[in-house]
Design a protein around this ligand. Structure first.
Ligand code: NAP
Length: 297
């Protein structure tokens, strides 16, 4: 087994766990580390070629490549560059791949710090929620050096079906923020439409049938309308993460002198949902404070 057949995986949450499992199924030896160690031990118990690593540094020391799948830039930086972080474990020629959703400015800063320690870096965020992580059919958009992308391609192939090298370091992150901002805006608008239709007493089954075949259709409608109507907010993608993504998009826009107003209104809707205690629920719960405001609660 060569160095790159052993991969460290840091962060076994909703997404990380099935992604690491697919790497194991594809034959990679996965050295899994998670802040809450029991999750790494559980994954190791389920898969012969998963080892629960003691630290992020130990996961990196096992092979040449480490993948991170944690909430945001501070956590990526902590597990890669903090005490016992992956950078402490890499030998020469190490490669860190962040698949979390973080801002491109943070990607470039982390990339520079890793570069100072001789570690290459790719930003490789994903779209597709837990079902696509489980099926290995994620879309993966990769920013960074083309040769490092080619080196990582077999890993990406085990987790995704559409895998694209999109440009230099940070471009994957920016594309991902645009995608999620569109999803967040669509979902917030859908929440308003459904809440108003319900308040007006309209048959929502008929409404969904019409909109699904019309110009108002969207992935948000396909994936989130029924959970919103059913009040089923089991998290596939946590609301706190969707709010983080739209907030990062607005920050990145501000950094280049732009002020995206539609996104800002949607950001407010997710912030209000966080304030109302929906952080850990699916982002479909953005409908809850909207429905309350419209007098439906
Ligand atoms: P999640 O279920 O909340 O998992 C977060 C993971 O990060 C857990 O393993 C958690 O460890 C770890 N973590 C949290 N804080 C940490 C810290 N301070 N230090 C070290 N580890 C820490 O999140 P997720 O849904 O898997 O999302 C992960 C990333 O993927 C996020 O950037 C998200 O925006 C992005 N993403 C999510 C989806 C989706 O549909 N869910 C889709 C595309 C992209 P513990 O187990 O100890 O809590």
């Amino acid at each position: 087994m060569s160095g790159d057949d052993r991969v460290g995986f840091l962060g076994l949450g909703i997404m990380g766990k099935p992604m690491a499992a697919n790497l194991a199924r594809a034959g990679f030896e996965v050295h899994a580390w998670n802040r809450t160690r029991a999750k790494a031990e559980a994954l190791a118990a389920e898969h012969e070629n998963v080892v629960a690593a003691e630290t992020a540094a130990a996961a990196a020391a096992a092979g040449g490549v480490v993948i991170t799948m944690v909430p945001d830039a501070p956590e990526v930086e902590a597990v890669l560059l903090g005490p016992d972080g992956a950078a402490d474990g890499f030998g020469s020629g190490g490669l860190a791949i962040d698949m979390s959703t973080i801002g491109p400015t943070a990607v470039r800063e982390i990339g520079a710090k890793l570069g100072d320690r001789g570690v290459a870096f790719l930003d490789a965020p994903v779209t597709g929620s837990r079902p696509k992580a489980e099926d290995g059919t994620l879309t993966i958009m990769v920013g960074g050096d083309a040769a490092e992308f080619e080196r990582a391609r077999p890993l990406f192939a085990a987790m995704g079906d559409l895998v694209l090298h999109v440009g230099p370091l940070g471009d994957g992150a920016l594309i991902k923020l645009v995608n999620n901002t569109l999803a967040a805006v669509n979902t917030a608008a859908l929440a308003e439409g459904l809440a108003i239709a319900r308040k007006a007493g309209v048959d929502t089954d008929k409404l969904l049938a019409v909109v699904a075949s019309g110009s108002g259709s969207s992935k948000a409608l396909e994936l989130k309308a029924q959970p919103m109507l059913d009040g089923d907010f089991e998290p596939l993608f946590k609301l706190e993460h969707m709010h983080k993504d739209i907030a990062r998009f607005i920050q990145e826009a501000a950094a280049i002198g732009a002020n995206p107003k539609v996104s800002a209104k949607a950001e407010e809707a997710y912030r209000e949902a966080r304030d109302a205690g929906h952080d850990g629920e699916d982002f479909a719960a953005v409908i809850e404070p909207i429905a309350t405001k419209f007098g439906l609660k």
